[in-house]
Each structure stands twice: as C-alpha cells, then as structure tokens.
Ligand binder design. Structure first.
Ligand code: FES
Length: 259
C-alpha cells in the first residue's frame, strides 16, 4: 500500500455516485457503482471537461461539456467527440477507507477496488543527450533531452509534447495554448524509474491576471501526464518575456480575426 493515497471513507460516496478529489496535483474522480470503486482523471480528453460533474449512468460517465462518454472501469472513450481514453487509477479498500494509486501508475485501465493488480511499468531505458532547451533549465538539474526512448522503439519528444498540448484550449479565446504562443519551454528529463520521463514546461499567460491561468496549468499537467512514459509534469509560469500577440501562429490569428 506504499504508493496508495487515502481518498475517503467508503460511506462518503453514494452508490451509485461520484466525488472528486485532488491527489498529488491531479484532480481525480472516484466512482461508486454496485459496491465497486473506480477512479479516473477528472479530465475529458476531448477538451478538458470536468468528468466529475458529468452524468453517471451505470458504468458510463458523460462529460458535461459536449457529451463524450467514458467507461468508468477503464477510462476508455466510448463516444465522440472524445477519441482518447482518460487515465484510470488502481483503487483499493482497506478497513472501510478508499485508497488510490496515482504515483507511477502508467496504465490506462485499472481493476475494481476489490481486486489487487499492480500496474505494469515501462521496462525501458532513457537516453540523455545534450540540453536542447530554449532557455536554461530553471527547476530541474540540467540533464534535459529532446528525445527519450521508450519501449518498442517509440520515442517521447519535445515536439510530441507540444503537439499533445494543443489539446489544451484557452477557455476565453478558444484557441489552443501552443498556437497562442503561451508555451515557451518543454524540457524532457530522465525520470527516477527506467523509461520514465519528467517533463518541465515553462509557459506564460496572456496577462498576469489571466483568470484561466489555474485551469490552463491543470489541463496542461493532465494532458501531458497522460502521455506514455511521462512520470511527472511540472508547469512553471513565467511572465518574462511577456506574451505579445505576435507570438501567435498564423492559424491562431486567422481564428481570432487578427491580420
Ligand atoms: S470537453 Fe468533454 S466532450 Fe468536450
């Protein structure tokens, strides 16, 4: 039970029902159906909708934003507009208390709380090359790399992380944060486990008082954290250099009608 974090007592979640919790910088939803508990990221993979606020019907949760449905037992996306699974976590019950295993859990599916199964770790080795950051690494030791090798010949790359971050949409401008030019730095660092990667992101906001800031940080962590081989995600907000509209891509300018 070392990796498991206490969530709540079983009686605190109605059956059927759900409740959401913050666990190690993540928002997760705990579902209680037919005496079993299941846990998913509180993030719809379509556009970051809060699944914990969705409608539960048997083993299906419907996102409150655009209606995508997910299987609460596995995290699998069951209907459009979502086509990627949301992350699922292993749950255990002990003495009437619900525990969830978040750290180091790379699986997209978990068994119900009454069974015991350990997550399968990626048995891979990371490779470290020269630092390719756009600016000095401010938080982690400077051992960053633009490519980390995963199992099966796959690679986690800075470009892949940036591409994934296009799923994070600014809720006021309805443009993704990459095309808005908010993502300054993506650094990949070897994780503590073989084949795992720590991702450091430096990003900015369109203004220091941007009300969407916490949501963008949370969604960035969730989105990148769901990528295979990602052990942890750290998001650092920087205001220097300040964001300016000329950082937007042409696609973002077109969308916003800026010429
Ligand atoms: S954000 Fe969930 S369906 Fe669009």
């Amino acid at each position: 039970m070392n990796d498991f974090v206490r969530l709540t007592e079983i009686n605190n979640v109605p059956d059927p029902g759900q409740a959401y919790f913050e666990v190690e910088d993540r928002m997760v939803v705990l579902f209680h159906v037919d005496g079993q508990f299941y846990c998913l990221d509180d993030v719809c993979t379509h556009d970051g909708g809060p699944l914990g606020e969705g409608t539960l019907a048997e083993y299906t949760i419907a996102c409150p934003r655009h209606g995508a449905k997910f299987d609460i037992r596995t995290g699998q996306a069951l209907s459009m507009p979502a086509n990627q699974p949301t992350r699922s976590y292993e749950v255990r019950i002990d003495a009437g208390v619900v525990y969830v295993r978040v750290a180091g859990n790379p699986t997209s599916a978990s068994p119900p709380a009454t069974t015991s199964a350990s997550a399968t770790a990626l048995s891979t080795a990371s490779t470290s090359t020269s630092c390719t950051a756009n600016s000095p690494c401010a938080t982690l030791p400077c051992d960053s790399t633009s490519v980390v090798e995963l199992s099966g010949g796959q690679h986690l790359t800075e470009d892949a992380v940036r591409e994934e971050m296009k799923k994070v949409i600014d809720p006021e401008l309805f443009v993704n944060i990459v095309d808005l030019g908010l993502v300054y730095v993506v650094d990949l660092h070897p994780g503590t486990a073989p084949g795992q990667t720590k991702v450091l992101i430096e990003m900015t906001m369109t203004s220091p008082a941007c009300p969407a800031g916490p949501q963008l940080i949370q969604n960035s962590k969730m989105t990148v954290g769901n990528m295979p081989g990602v052990e942890s995600v750290e998001v650092k907000i920087v205001m220097d250099p300040p964001w300016t509209p000329d950082r937007m891509t042409e696609a973002a300018r077109d969308h916003l009608g800026i010429f």
